[in-house]
Design a protein around this ligand. Structure first.
Ligand code: ACO
Length: 330
């Protein structure tokens, strides 16, 4: 949908745990190889937390970096939205704990669960608060510790995921030509269980049996998700640009969810979008779900891949199934 939301990203930050886990290292858990993983996914390594690190500690580090980048203090924030599927606890929201960890005022803080689409959804939600006037300064975070929900006996999933966090701070832009010009969000719950964690929720509360049967780990039907991802990513990119009347050629940078290099490549090939204009860091971090677009956005700003006035597209898909895209002049 075409919108006119004059917002500005005034700061970004990211935190990736120090511990690098190579493809070769995963061979101690499952029958796999560096060649298979690199060829099928583009992943060379990922980061896993060290003892003592958690979703909250990652989110806090990324948020502090974003605040420093923006030249703001925690007292300046009016709202926090944390996108995550690996919250610190099931209760309360990680965003509330982050509010306390940062030393903010008693501002509203909530979590948003849209899996890999989480940061894109949280970003557009944060922007809406700013544009409506409900908040002046919003902190949007994507943070995950996927290594905690990855089954090291399942070679189809355990090679894909990593840990990390990214954050962005949004404010109203005094320049009406900057900001978000189109948003597309969607979900298909009929395919909800293509990627899911069977137990630990209301349907299957935790028990000795659920632990014994490894039902607290993520399950995924990879091929079905792959097919969905390629077609949906292509469609959402094209439709979002069409909504705003922005040509694909005008995009300075597409920042996609880093799920699988082949998914990104095929969607771009169908759109004739050169890969040089797509931010790719999956080789270093794997799939970090809600953190992925946040980390990539920070990288794009920090390395000068995107500059003030550029057209930038954030796009993601994930469990739910969910998808989302935000087109903005940064
Ligand atoms: N190492 C070696 N062999 C493997 C591995 C592995 N890690 N994993 C699977 N294989 C084998 C399979 O057993 C199969 O062997 P077979 O032919 O003897 O049966 C063969 O490789 C091919 O398996 P496929 O599942 O067809 O492999 P595919 O090319 O589809 O790649 C993958 C699998 C990487 C999971 C891919 O399907 C994919 O990326 N899917 C999308 C995942 C995704 O994007 N998820 C996003 C959302 S996640 C979220 O929201 C939290």
């Amino acid at each position: 949908m075409k919108v006119a939301w004059p917002i500005e990203i005034v700061g970004t930050g990211a935190y990736l745990p120090d511990r690098i886990v190579t493809n070769d290292e995963l061979r101690q858990y499952v029958d796999t190889s560096d060649e298979w993983i690199a060829q099928r996914t583009g992943i060379r390594q990922r980061r896993w937390i060290a003892p003592g690190e958690t979703t909250l500690s990652l989110a806090t580090a990324a948020s502090r970096a974003a605040l420093a980048d923006a030249g703001l203090t925690p007292q300046d924030l009016d709202l926090i939205v944390v996108a995550t599927i690996t919250p610190e606890h099931q209760l309360p929201a990680t965003a509330c704990l982050l509010q306390a960890a940062l030393g903010c005022r008693w501002i509203p803080a909530y979590d948003l669960a849209a899996a890999c689409s989480g940061f894109v959804w949280a970003f557009q939600a944060g922007a809406q608060y700013v544009v409506s006037g409900l908040a002046e300064t919003v902190l949007v975070v994507g943070a995950e510790v996927l290594s905690n929900i990855t089954d090291l006996q399942d070679r189809q999933t355990c090679v894909l995921f990593g840990d990390g966090a990214g954050a962005a701070i949004i404010r109203r832009s005094p320049d009406p030509t900057r900001g978000i010009v189109a948003v597309r969000l969607g979900a298909d719950g009929d395919r909800g269980r293509l990627i899911y964690i069977p137990a630990g929720g209301a349907k299957e509360p935790a028990s000795h049996r659920t632990v014994d049967e490894r039902l607290h780990y993520m399950r995924m039907q990879g091929r079905d998700v792959y097919k969905f991802a390629v077609t949906q990513m292509e469609a959402v990119i094209a439709e979002t640009c069409a909504d705003a009347g922005v040509a694909l050629d005008d995009l300075a940078c597409v920042i996609p969810h880093q799920s699988n290099l082949r998914i990104i490549e095929s969607a771009c090939e169908r759109l004739s979008l050169p890969l040089e204009r797509v931010l790719i860091n999956i080789d270093r971090y794997g799939n970090t779900s809600a953190a992925s677009v946040a980390v990539a956005l920070h990288e794009a700003r920090a390395t000068g891949r995107v500059r003030a006035g550029d057209w930038v597209l954030l796009v993601a898909f994930g469990a739910g199934l969910t998808w989302g895209a935000v087109l903005l002049r940064i």
